[in-house]
Ligand binder design. Structure first.
Ligand SMILES: Cc1cc2nc3c(=O)[nH]c(=O)nc-3n(C[C@H](O)[C@H](O)[C@H](O)COP(=O)(O)OP(=O)(O)OC[C@H]3O[C@@H](n4cnc5c(N)ncnc54)[C@H](O)[C@@H]3O)c2cc1C
Length: 421
């Protein structure tokens, strides 16, 4: 009896009632339901608090066992523990199986059982284990019969759960082998479709990470390394759940980021005057995606140039990213702010204009998301709004950089060095 629960604890917190991800999930459920109906079953979809739904299911059915996938996020761990207790009280088994990752957090640890805190040795151990694991990868579909669906059973619609359909288009759950084979050459150029766009499918479990990792192992280890980063962050969140809101490096917990809410809002609107940062923010809010290189530059700009609290940026990304995943988002933000596990040190401060020259040399990416190609490479600090407007760009007057890079750099060094661990 396959079921899916739209968890009201999660949905109630979503600010946008036309959230792209909820539309994506609803569409995926319709596909799953079709799959089950062709095999004599049907998907039952519920809306509410999972523990309440399970209480009802237990009272209406005889349930020998509950199966679900392991989920390593702090909220999910609490939720699953509660349901496991409910099941145990009724002599039912609760079986959580690994699906989201190749190796669950506790499977790749140091010899003494403690967690890795640095990526390279973690990834070495991960690959060692993966090489031994390869022969046993096999796809097995569940066997047995489905419980027949009641004749009037229908899927809950978006309207039933208080949401609207978002017209966004989503990438297909398809592995492009030639893209993966060339990934190391194309991955850093945001103007190209040079990354796989599979983040959303990995996040929601609509593509098999085992199959993908196997192909990556054969085609391109650079791509495999990204999948390992994903598991590294899952592992960090599992062993250090406090990092959801505290720096991994405890010494930095003392930092009080002085950046203002109004500067943060300028960043959110993509009006910083640094074209690469602004283009990224427009790509994010308009599509739910932002290229990884640009995520790094935008996050670094917010935390290091504007000295805004990394948690503000993390929450903004959480709201908009289609592939939002707590572990990778927190990990990515702490990496950029220089306060995380194996993070970019605080004194390595991206120069957004230099990053643009290097990774978007033709200006195609910034032109696509900011409007005109002549927005290239920022404008000098002393450009007046009138001069800027005279250049005829759609983005003026905000294109005047909101802060001078050299000034911001010095300020950042001073700020962070005060608490250097
Ligand atoms: C500030 C910041 C926030 C981020 N937030 C998220 C997030 O919420 N969810 C998320 O999945 N990724 C996040 N990332 C990592 C990365 O940017 C995205 O995974 C990637 O851009 C997704 O695009 P893609 O599917 O085309 O990735 P590809 O480049 O094709 O990579 C393949 C897959 O590997 C994984 N991956 C790639 N890079 C990373 C990385 N640095 N860390 C962890 N996993 C990685 C993803 O699952 C990705 O789909 C963040 C990075 C930064 C700097």
């Amino acid at each position: 009896m396959p079921i899916f629960i739209f968890d009201s604890t999660i949905l109630d917190k979503l600010e946008d009632k036309n959230d792209r991800r909820v539309t994506f999930i609803a569409d995926q459920l319709a596909g799953l339901d079709k799959f089950f109906r062709e095999r004599g079953g049907a998907l039952r979809v519920y809306f509410g608090r999972p523990a309440d739904i399970f209480r009802r299911l237990f009272s209406e059915n005889t349930i020998a066992a509950v199966f679900c996938n392991e989920d390593y996020e702090p909220y999910a761990r609490e939720r699953d523990t509660e349901i496991a207790k409910l099941a145990a009280a009724l002599s039912s088994r609760f079986v959580a199986v690994k699906d989201h990752v190749i190796f669950s957090p506790a499977e790749v640890v140091k010899d003494d059982g403690s967690p890795y805190q640095v990526f390279t040795p973690y990834s070495r151990r991960w690959i060692e284990k993966f090489s031994a694991y390869l022969p046993v990868i096999a796809l097995e579909l569940p066997r047995g019969e489905f419980m027949p669906a009641p004749p009037n059973l229908r899927l809950l619609s978006l309207a039933d759960i208080g949401f609207m359909r978002n017209p966004a288009e989503f990438p297909a759950a398809k592995i492009d082998e030639s893209l993966i084979a060339n990934y190391d050459k194309t991955r850093d150029l945001p103007a190209l479709a040079g990354t796989s766009r599979l983040g959303m499918h990995l996040r929601f479990g609509t593509i098999s990470v085992r199959y993908l990792a196997l192909r990556a192992y054969e085609l391109n280890h650079k791509y495999l390394a990204e999948l390992i980063w994903r598991e590294f962050y899952q592992m960090i969140l599992w062993f250090f759940p406090q990092t959801v809101s505290r720096p991994f490096r405890e010494a930095y917990a003392k930092l009080k980021f002085p950046g203002s809410r109004s500067d943060f809002e300028i960043w959110c609107r993509g009006e910083t005057g640094y074209p690469l940062v602004d283009a990224g923010m427009h790509e994010l809010t308009e599509t739910g995606f932002m290229h990884n290189r640009v995520r790094m530059v935008a996050a670094s700009f917010l935390t290091k140039h504007l000295l805004c609290d990394w948690r503000w940026g993390e929450r903004f990304f959480a709201r908009h990213l289609n592939d939002f995943e707590l572990a990778s988002n927190v990990g990515g933000w702490q990496w950029c702010a220089g306060i995380g596990a194996d993070a970019a040190p605080y004194f390595r401060i991206f120069n957004p204009s230099e990053q643009q020259k290097k990774f978007d040399p033709q200006g195609d990416y910034v032109a696509r998301w900011n409007g005109r190609a002549d927005d290239l490479f920022g404008t000098p600090m002393d450009t007046t709004p009138e001069e800027v407007r005279a250049q005829g760009s759609r983005q003026r007057p905000e294109m005047v950089p909101m802060i001078d890079h050299r000034f911001a750099r010095e300020r950042c060094l001073k700020f962070f060095s005060a608490v250097r661990p």
